[in-house]
Design a protein around this ligand. Structure first.
Ligand SMILES: [Zn+2]
Length: 108
């Protein structure tokens, strides 16, 4: 699929996010008896930095995934010790190295 389409195009590129001002990035707000999911940010704690509004959930999921990837890459770049501390990256690479003979299930 090439070319630009009209309408809401799905773009897997990072959108600037900021902490939700309602829940202050905590994803929950205090209800009468207990904490409730924050309705202003789809209980993510993040909103668009441009509009200050919650992203649609399907966009939000992608954005959080992208941010996690970026964050993880920064951790890797910042040193072996941090990468080991992260844990999941090491497990993932070991899984790949096992290849055909071993278990290489990554959820694909
Ligand atoms: Zn919120």
């Amino acid at each position: 699929m090439t070319g630009k389409s009209h309408g809401p195009a799905f773009k897997a590129k990072p959108i600037d996010l900021k902490h939700c001002h309602v829940c202050k990035g905590k994803a929950v707000v205090m209800g009468v008896f207990h904490e409730l999911p924050c309705a202003a940010c789809h209980a993510s704690g993040w909103v668009s930095a441009d509009t200050g509004e919650a992203l649609p959930p399907e966009v939000l999921v992608t954005q959080l995934g992208l941010l996690l990837n970026i964050y993880q890459q920064r951790l890797i770049a910042s040193g072996e010790a941090l990468r080991k501390a992260w844990g999941t990256d090491r497990n993932y690479q070991e899984g790949n190295r096992l290849g055909a003979g071993g278990t290489n299930y990554t959820g694909d």
